[in-house]
Structure formats: C-alpha cells, structure tokens
Write a protein that binds this ligand. Structure first.
Ligand code: GUN
Length: 281
C-alpha cells in the first residue's frame, strides 16, 4: 500500500509555478493576479480563502480579497465581479462557495468572464471540459488528475466509481476520467446500493462530506482510493469520507486526510491562474 502524498506534490507544483511567475515577470513584465470574493463569515470559507491568499503570495502573484458581509445584495456582488472582469491586473476570479441562501449562485458564476474563471465553474468551461476541449477545470478534480499523473496510475479502461455528483467535484471528475478513457460510474445520494458499485471499482473517488462513509468491506483488494472529503469532528480532528485505518491495508494507493487532495486544490488554483495570465499575453 502506498499513501499518495498530496502535500509534497502540491509543494512541487508550487515551486514550478513560482519559477514560471518569475519568468513571466522578467521576460514579459507580467504578474499573474487573482481576485477572491468572500461573502459572509463562514469560518471554513475564511480559512480556505486565507490559505489561497497565502499561497498566492508565496508564488509571487498579485492577489486581492473582497470580503463582503452576509447582508450584501446580489447586485453588489455582480458589480464587484464586473469590476474584476474589466481589471487588466486580474487574471483569475474566484467566488468562494457556498454563498448565503438569498444569493443565486448560478447567476453569480455566470457573470464571471469565462477567460478568468480559474475555478472552472462557469457553464462555458464546463461545456468545453465535457467536449474535451481546452478549458479551465475545477481545481479539486484537476488536482486528483495531477496525482494520477504523478504516481503513473493508468486510467485507460479502468473501472472508476465516483461517489458524489456535485458540480464542483463529482461531475467534472467524471468528465476528466471519461476524457482519459476510464469506464466511469457516478453514484450519489439516491444510489440504491452504494457498496455494490464501489466494490467492483479499480479506482474509487469519494467527495460527499460524510465522515468515514467508505468502509473496508466496500473496497476491492488492490483498489486505488481517493478521498476528497474533509470533515471536522467534534473533537476538532479532521477526517475524510473514507475509513482510512481499515480501508488503507486493502489498497494499492490511497490519499490521506489531511495532506491528500486538499493541498492539490490550491496548487491547481495557482496553476489555472498562471494559465490564464499566459493566455492573456
Ligand atoms: N468551496 C468549496 N470548494 C471550493 C472551490 O474549489 N472553489 C470555490 N470557489 N469555493 C469552494
């Protein structure tokens, strides 16, 4: 069994990005810029945004965070996004989700200029991903693909079971895996018998936010298990959606929580922002 080290891979990617940023500065006088829009006071969202801003600073980006209160109107958020769309110093715009319930998330995401949509949530980029055209791809599933590449995990013809069908994780993950010629099953909350699908899979990718949902008897011997869940327990500890202690002995590869997919999400956000900056030249 091998534990996939997302923390180390994320560092490696960030070092490469820092070099690219330095080159862009020297040769083209360009500094990639990321704008983050943060609404309300959800502690997890604040923590994520702080990590993103810190990572931007480390690789030499220009970054700004627009923090707005819960009471902000949809029109004011849209006005801020439009300002960022028009700002030539900004290559990437990220609206931290989830948004307060009085805001129409779909409407907000549609306002982001698709060429600055470094989260890959705009329908334009989702459509391009599904048709296997060059696109901005959601950072978490993209980070999982980077892990497969780094660990030379062949996807062609593999039976992959995705647990969770969200717009942020499960759906883009399924498109990426299909594009890589895997045979993909997407399960979700209404799936009748989850274990009957996971047990058959060569690779299981889980992102639902249910602590320890995936147990040892749901996984085939020698499978690869990717855990996208991050759940904070009452005692303050972080656990994934996979019962790591009992599942890991059966696996060929498994990602830990923390230190697995989480750090890759930030690395891919930086990578998407550099891609955007280069495409703007
Ligand atoms: N909320 C949870 N994950 C994400 C993400 O990848 N991007 C944004 N913008 N919000 C999130």
């Amino acid at each position: 069994m091998q534990v996939i080290d997302g923390k180390a891979l994320s560092k490696k990617v960030q070092t490469t990005i820092a070099t690219q940023v330095e080159q862009l500065k020297q040769e083209k006088n360009i500094v990639p810029g990321l704008a983050v829009i943060l609404i309300g006071d959800d502690p997890a969202s604040h923590a994520y945004v702080k990590m993103k801003a810190k990572a931007c600073e480390k690789v030499g980006f220009y970054s700004i965070t627009h923090s707005m209160p819960d009471s902000i109107s949809q029109d004011e958020i849209i006005a801020t996004i439009e300002m960022m769309n028009a700002n030539p110093r900004i290559d990437g715009i990220l609206v931290q989700l989830p948004l307060p319930s009085h805001i129409d998330t779909d409407k907000i995401l549609e306002v982001i200029d698709p060429s600055k949509d470094v989260d890959g949530f705009h329908a334009y980029n989702v459509g391009r991903l599904v048709t296997n055209l060059d696109a901005f791809v959601a950072c978490t599933p993209l980070g999982v693909m980077k892990m497969f590449e780094e660990y030379e995990i062949d996807l062609k013809g593999k039976d992959v079971c995705i647990v969770g069908a969200s717009n942020i994780v499960g759906k883009p993950m399924s498109a990426l895996l299909l594009n890589a010629h895997a045979t993909v099953t997407v399960t979700h909350i209404h799936t009748k018998d989850l274990a009957s699908h996971t047990i058959r899979a060569d690779i299981v990718v889980v992102g639902v936010g249910v602590p320890l949902l995936i147990k040892a008897d749901m996984i085939k011997e020698g499978a690869i298990v990717i855990d996208i869940g991050i759940n904070r327990m009452e005692d303050g500890s972080l656990v994934g959606d996979v019962d790591f202690a009992n599942v890991s002995p059966k696996c060929a590869y498994i990602t830990p929580v923390p230190g697995g997919v989480g750090p890759m999400t930030i690395a891919m956000l930086l990578s998407n922002t550099v891609k955007s900056a280069k495409e703007r030249i």
